[in-house]
Design a protein around this ligand. Structure first.
Ligand SMILES: [Zn+2]
Ligand SMILES: [Zn+2]
Length: 322
């Protein structure tokens, strides 16, 4: 019996991109888009809160960070714990205990899988290994590097007292920068020379929370390299922690394979991105996110409808001919 292509698709297909880019302008839709990205409860807000907690309890002071020391180990252990608790918690919720059942899981195939394509012949352990051994290590190394650089004046620090408007704006700009940086890094990783590194992430044609950070070390260097912007733009250490967490933790929450958390018949928290789920299925579409519609600008968008799929097929046909 033929299996349907998707077990679940979002209600609001075709996928909508940020209305900031609509013509004619629709200010109300823009306000609703940004408001719902943050309030009343969102991953964005949770990451800012977690970044503050990490900064308060598990980070050095700028004075301590002037010389390498045990604070580096503290950062590594904190990041290991956060990733493990979040990814394993979501894995138990959705996959190993299936507390929500199969409803709202995008891909109909069972997850996780066995197979020679995976390290240890097992998708789950493959994903855990690459996420922790490579992902958290490289993330923490960048964090230590920037702490050290801010402490020694190689990267400039912006305090609340230097201006609160910029201080607050940086938090809002992180997702905007992410949309830009991630699209281009990701497209670069799909070029002939670099795809061999990105292929490790694409072993996962269906995904779970641990798949999000499952990447080759070279890809992690590119991915978390987003933090190098702190050498150029004056920011506070809490911004840098938040920025790295945004990359590290969003990768986990957007790769659950499920649309979100449902309680008593209502969606309470948006998690998965159907947009990126399609990237894992079809590879050559939807490199970015919906916040800045790079995929629309460059013709790599699949909006989740049959028309979107037909467009993708047509594009890939002409590409092969060239
Ligand atoms: Zn992915
Ligand atoms: Zn990719």
């Amino acid at each position: 019996m033929a299996r349907t292509e998707w077990n679940h698709v979002p209600d609001n297909l075709p996928l909508a991109v940020n209305p900031l880019f609509y013509w004619p302008p629709n200010p109300k839709a823009v306000v609703v888009w940004y408001w719902s990205a943050w309030f009343p409860i969102s991953i964005n807000l949770a990451i800012v809160a977690l970044a503050y907690a990490a900064y308060t309890w598990t980070a050095p002071t700028l004075g301590e960070a002037t010389t390498p020391g045990l604070w580096m180990l503290e950062i590594l252990i904190r990041n290991l714990l956060i990733v493990t608790i979040l990814a394993q918690g979501l894995h138990i919720l959705f996959h190993s205990s299936q507390l929500q059942g199969p409803d709202h899981k995008y891909d109909p195939r069972p997850f996780p899988r066995q197979g020679r394509v995976f390290t240890f012949n097992n998708q789950f352990w493959d994903n855990v290994f690459w996420a922790l051994a490579s992902g958290v290590t490289i993330w923490s190394a960048y964090e230590c590097l920037i702490w050290f650089s801010m402490a020694n004046g190689y990267a400039s620090v912006w305090l609340w007292s230097d201006g609160w408007v910029w201080f607050l704006a940086v938090f809002l700009l992180i997702p905007v920068w992410e949309s830009f940086y991630f699209y281009w890094i990701h497209r670069l990783l799909h070029t002939n020379n670099l795809y061999r590194f990105h292929a490790l992430h694409h072993r996962n044609t269906d995904i779970g929370p641990w798949s999000g950070l499952s990447m080759h070390p070279i890809e992690h260097l590119f991915y978390f390299g987003t933090a190098l912007i702190h050498f150029v733009v004056p920011t506070h250490p809490v911004h840098m922690i938040c920025h790295l967490m945004f990359y590290g933790l969003y990768a986990i929450t957007t790769h659950t394979g499920f649309e979100g958390i449902w309680v008593s018949g209502r969606k309470r928290l948006q998690l998965g991105m159907f947009h990126h789920q399609m990237h894992h299925r079809y590879f050559e579409v939807n490199y970015g996110s919906l916040d800045v519609p790079w995929d629309k600008f460059f013709g790599t968008f699949h909006d989740g409808t049959p028309a979107g799929k037909a467009m993708m097929k047509e594009r890939l046909k002409t590409r092969k001919r060239n």
